[in-house]
Design a protein around this ligand. Structure first.
Ligand code: G3P
Ligand code: MG
Length: 243
């Protein structure tokens, strides 16, 4: 497929289809496969560090248990975050967001997702983005729009994206209702069609559907004119775009 140079290839939780999600190994694999964006999820540790993990607990994706918010970084780093996926990933650790910022080159965008209700990390996130010079090339998404408004209130330069499970027709209208400018919409891909994408992009919004893993769905989203695609298989999408 030609003429899609601008379409962002976003590695969901890293290249989560082929490596343990939200680990440095998954982000490195995404980069190796040529992704131009990385999506990840964050939580706050007991000692106030931003931790990259999808769930609120370690239970599903590591060999240890317990809430992230109740453990220090030292304790969280004891967990093996790779072996559950495959033994060749044994020794992978739950990363700090700072470690991901250090790994990912500045030309690759990072989509940081804040889970609903996890807004106590907003000041720490802004502090880290500023310290690591990442305000420009990070966009922060959430299903929780109050968190995004809070972030934007504290750092007007931050880019925010609305995550949706519902109909696209309401997306851009919701963006209008927020008291601050919205950068992007993140709908579930099955809700998208060409007309909805056109309406949103016509209003200057970027559209990043998730999580598109099969070639057929990727082709469909590309034909709709989306700004980028969030996928567990960035290598697959990259090949499709180059083929
Ligand atoms: O950001 C898109 C997608 O990651 C939202 O759902 O559960 O995979 O974080 P989830
Ligand atoms: Mg996510």
């Amino acid at each position: 497929m030609k003429n899609n140079d601008q379409l962002m290839v976003i590695a969901h939780r890293g290249a989560a289809g082929e490596a343990p999600e939200n680990t440095l190994a998954a982000f490195a694999l995404g980069l190796e496969q040529g992704c131009t964006g990385i999506e990840l999820d964050i939580h706050l540790s007991k000692d106030g560090e931003i931790i990259v993990c999808h769930d609120t607990t370690l239970d599903r994706t590591t060999d240890r248990k317990g809430a992230i918010s109740e453990q220090t970084v030292e304790e969280l780093k004891l967990a093996d975050a790779g072996r559950w996926f495959h033994e060749r990933f044994e020794g992978e650790r739950v990363p700090l967001l700072e470690e991901v910022f250090d790994l990912v080159p500045p030309e690759v965008q990072i989509n940081v997702e804040i889970k609903a209700g996890v807004d106590d990390l907003v000041p720490a996130l802004i502090g880290l983005m500023k310290r690591k010079n990442r305000v420009e090339n990070v966009f922060v998404s959430s299903f929780d729009f109050d968190v995004l408004e809070r972030l934007k209130g504290l750092e007007p330069e931050a880019k925010i994206g609305l995550l949706y499970n519902i109909r696209m027709s309401k997306h851009y209208r919701m963006a209008d209702l927020l008291d601050c400018p919205v950068y992007s919409l993140h709908p579930h891909w099955s809700r998208m069609d060409k007309q909805k994408v056109r309406e949103a992009t016509g209003r200057g919004l970027h559209v990043y559907p998730w999580t598109v893993n099969k070639e057929e769905g990727m082709r469909e989203m590309i034909a709709c004119g989306v700004s980028g695609i969030i996928t567990d298989y960035p290598g697959r999408l990259k090949k499709l775009l180059e083929g």
